[in-house]
Design a protein. Structure first.
Length: 633
């Protein structure tokens, strides 16, 4: 291993020269002066004074050379639709959408909340906001009213763009009950709501004066050209909320210039894609992977991107591989959970198609276990690359970088630090550096590279406090993940240092789920822990203390009460946060100072030794947890 190491070292040791070179991968309306302003650590301003625009880089700049090339392919196995837009057609459609948004009084810096299923209009809306310099905040369609309202209240959008519903496994998930309730309980609801009607909800009703029909509005703006609004490199492009240890999600704020450069560099060096080729990312636009590698990354790099609505195994487990083969996909990006879902199917489905054009399959979002890595590579006969990153970073932290050098992969390891990240494994006690195979905290010495979050939306102090104060006297970004490095320099991620859990690659805060459980009027107290799950990685499990015990006096009453509590979570947070079980106890294990012993509960639920129990206030609480876990449903 030499070429990548040299490339990496240069990114750290000759940072400004390295990033000046990478910055040539995008178009600048006005060239930047200084590469980095780091006068106010840990706040980093990249490409100071440079002016650019994400939508221009994704669309306009490709029109001359690849106007007729496919830009977006939408495939829905839910509706049977397949539709394609060339760069030119997508540019026209995004202009229309930008005109619609501008028509509602949205200007540079205004927020637009996008609550949409996996349909092309979601992509148009994101790119249209970028074109106008408006800050989009996409909220995953699986989040329910309460979660949506919390994000509305924090982002204070001028406009919301939504649809009547999404489809999953042939079932419609209606959005109006969610967004109407969210708008009702929100303290600062947007004045206008554009609704795309897919014909899924016969009861869809638009509120006069507030709600507008997408198609009607579109018809009024058919030929309107909207010029690009140039942004200074560090002006915000979007906000994306993510969970942490508190109940209040954080708005990860991303800049414009640094993000565009980081994406362009990652597309070339990490994903090893070539302009003119096709990328297929199976995530959802509601997550960071969807932002970076369904929408912006591939388009900025002049690649065709595939937007897929549907499941990986419907109509059968061959569907994704059929798409890869038919659309000549060269770069694919998916999740370990999807791989584990496929692993339960007959591998013949995956072997049926010619996948020889697929250079790599990248997986991220959660730990990729070694057997699944091996199984996946065997099943598709193509190289599988595990890589590690976070909503906060916007692009990979640890990965093989095959565009620079084809290093061998070790199943179970996301390989090495990515260029630009001065990554360290630090001891929790004194921030000193770990030795080989020593479990320590994965940290980054700031400044964070281009593309990473620049602050928490509206709360600079929270940004510093949350991410940079884990080690006393040392300003270091913590990932909140444990990791080790083996003697060959390969890294392994060993789970979170905080109470965040990861369900099917989706990060959820245990506190957020606890708040949703506690919204049930009969729940006095609750503890939620993440428990290992063979398919989804982790599943939330709840232990609740009820106020009125007569409501759980018989097994039948208990079962229906458990269901009621689960329904409350569905309504508040969304089914994505629903615990696999809600066990009822009269006491929760806590320390004498009243801190919930979540790790002890988690160990018991996973059949592990709970370790040192001397701090527990009442050992009887553990007996109750054990007894609850022993009862089979
Ligand atoms: P999110 O911001 O929702 O993408 O979640 C990021 C978190 O997912 C990380 O902090 C890790 O805990 C976990 N994660 C992401 N990718 C990987 C990976 N390749 N291996 C292990 N954990 C991962």
């Amino acid at each position: 291993m030499g070429a990548y190491q040299d490339f990496y070292r240069r990114s750290i040791d000759q940072r400004d020269a390295f990033w000046t070179e990478q910055a040539q991968l995008i178009d600048w309306h006005k060239p930047f002066g200084k590469v980095l302003d780091y006068s106010k650590p840990p706040f980093a301003k990249w490409f100071v004074g440079g002016e650019t625009n994400l939508c221009h880089n994704a669309l306009d700049r490709h029109l001359a050379a690849r106007g007729d090339q496919k830009a977006l392919i939408f495939i829905s196995t839910e509706t049977g639709q397949e539709q394609t837009w060339s760069f030119r057609e997508l540019h026209t459609e995004v202009s229309r959408c930008a005109a619609m948004i501008r028509g509602q009084g949205v200007a540079k810096g205004d927020r637009v909340l996008i609550y949409m299923p996996m349909i092309p209009e979601a992509v148009f809306a994101m790119l249209a906001c970028a074109r106008l310099g408006a800050v989009h905040s996409v909220v995953f369609g699986g989040f329910a009213a309460h979660s949506l309202a919390a994000r509305i209240d924090d982002a204070r959008p001028k406009l919301m763009i939504t649809a009547d519903g999404g489809l999953r496994g042939g079932r419609a998930i209606l959005y109006q009950p969610m967004f109407s309730e969210a708008l009702r309980i929100s303290k600062s609801p947007p004045g206008k709501v554009i609704v795309f009607n897919r014909g899924l909800d016969p009861d869809l009703k638009l509120k006069p004066g507030r709600d507008l029909d997408y198609e009607t509005l579109r018809a009024q703006h058919m030929d309107e050209a909207v010029p690009v609004t140039w942004l200074e490199a560090s002006e915000p492009s979007y906000i994306l909320y993510t969970s942490g240890t508190t109940g209040q999600p954080k708005g990860v704020q991303r800049d414009t210039g640094g993000y565009a450069v980081a994406l362009a560099a990652s597309m070339k060096h990490i994903y090893d894609g070539r302009p003119g080729e096709t990328m297929f990312t199976t995530s959802d636009i509601g997550w960071v992977v969807g932002h970076s590698y369904i929408v912006y990354g591939p388009l900025i790099h002049g690649m065709t991107t595939i937007l897929y609505e549907g499941l990986p195994i419907r109509p059968d487990a061959g569907i994704w591989w059929k798409i890869v083969s038919e659309h000549k996909v060269t770069v694919m990006f998916s999740s370990p959970t999807a791989a584990r879902v496929l692993k339960k199917q007959d591998p013949a489905y995956l072997k049926k198609y010619d996948l020889s054009g697929l250079r790599h399959l990248f997986l991220a979002g959660e730990p990729l276990d070694e057997p699944t890595h091996r199984w996946m590579s065997d099943a598709i006969g193509r190289p599988v690359i595990d890589h590690y990153w976070q909503t906060e970073t916007g692009w990979p932290i640890l990965s093989a970088v095959p565009g620079i050098e084809a290093t061998p992969v070790k199943p179970g390891s996301p390989s090495f630090p990515v260029f630009g990240y001065d990554l360290r494994l630090l001891r929790e006690s004194d921030a000193s550096e770990a030795g080989p195979n020593e479990k320590c905290v994965v940290a980054v010495i700031p400044p964070l590279p281009p593309g990473c979050m620049t602050t928490v939306w509206g709360d600079d102090e929270r940004f510093v406090r949350t991410y940079f104060t884990s080690f006393r006297d040392k300003l270091v970004y913590t990932t909140f993940d444990w990791g080790i490095r083996d003697a060959d320099g390969y890294y392994f991620i060993l789970g979170r240092t905080d109470d965040v859990i990861n369900v099917a690659g989706h990060r959820l805060g245990t506190r957020e789920i606890e708040e949703a459980v506690q919204a049930h009027p009969n729940v006095a107290e609750v503890a939620v822990v993440g428990v290992a799950d063979p398919v989804k990685g982790q599943m939330p499990l709840a232990f609740a203390v009820v106020k009125d015990a007569t409501r759980i006096a018989t097994p039948k009453l208990r079962a229906s009460h458990e269901q009621e509590v689960m329904n409350t979570v569905d309504k508040m947070l969304g089914a994505i946060g629903r615990p696999s079980r809600v066990h009822f106890v009269t006491l929760l294990p806590k320390t004498r100072s009243g801190k919930l012993l979540r790790r002890t509960i988690q160990a018991l639920a996973e059949g592990r030794d709970p370790g040192d129990l001397t701090t527990i206030e009442d050992p009887g609480a553990l007996e109750q947890i054990r007894a609850a876990l022993a009862v089979k449903r």
